[in-house]
Design a protein around this ligand. Structure first.
Ligand SMILES: C[S@@+](CC[C@H](N)C(=O)[O-])C[C@H]1O[C@@H](n2cnc3c(N)ncnc32)[C@H](O)[C@@H]1O
Length: 203
């Protein structure tokens, strides 16, 4: 499942993805995507209102997920959850609430500005069981069997080596751990004028 890009093209895609999401962090997602983001996106994905009742407006506004990883299964109190490609941290904070004071949620993202924004968002709630760090889905900076649940929302479509990213998620999960992944997939061939275009990765 590696992409068929040359090394030069892969470097361009990686840099362009980082550049796009540093722009999203700076200006907010509303102007950057063709699907509902922010509070409208949260509503569309049916996040239970009781889980986000006290989330500050800034946290809601920075959501740019494409689905709801919590709709795929429960997170139990006391669990350790990793959010791969956490963006500004909305899902990481939902996971921290579900895991509770005896559990923990860690958000990881490749874009420094997103991590900065996630930390600023989390500071508004000041929960002790949530943290953020930079890193890549394809090379997770965690030991084997560290998490009960790995969640991700709108990120695996952006990874250049999907097999490696899935292997990494599997590696950091405890035996019997769960992967709850929301993403976009192509359901039909692209129109010929779009096919094979490098900027499909980051537009
Ligand atoms: C569509 S946004 C989703 C953000 C967040 N999950 C949410 O629901 O609001 C995609 C995020 O994935 C991050 N990302 C892209 N490629 C990545 C990779 N290979 N490893 C980790 N994060 C990545 C981007 O920086 C961006 O923050």
């Amino acid at each position: 499942m590696e992409s068929h890009l040359t090394d030069q093209e892969a470097a361009l895609v990686r840099e362009s993805i980082r550049s796009k999401y540093s722009q999203v962090a700076a200006s907010g997602p509303a102007a950057c995507f063709g699907y509902p983001t922010g509070e409208a996106g949260v509503k569309q994905q049916h996040y239970p209102p009781e889980l986000i009742r006290d989330f500050p407006a800034a946290v809601l506004a920075s959501y740019c997920g494409v689905g709801n990883p919590f709709s795929l299964g429960p997170i139990y109190a006391g669990e350790a959850v990793l959010d791969i490609g956490c963006g500004a941290g909305f899902d990481t904070l939902v996971a921290a609430r579900l895991a509770g004071p005896g559990g923990r949620a860690v958000g990881l993202d490749v874009t420094a500005e997103m991590i900065e924004k996630a930390r600023a968002n989390a500071a508004l709630l000041a929960w002790p069981n949530v943290s953020f760090q930079m890193g890549e889905a394809e090379a997770l900076p965690f030991p084997d069997h560290d998490f009960d649940v790995v969640i991700s929302n709108g990120v695996f479509n952006l990874t250049l080596d999907k097999q490696k990213a899935l292997q990494e998620a599997h590696r950091v999960l405890k035996p019997g751990g769960r992967l709850q992944l929301a993403d976009m997939v192509l359901v039909a061939a692209l129109p010929p004028e779009q096919e094979g275009k490098i900027d499909n990765w980051y537009q």
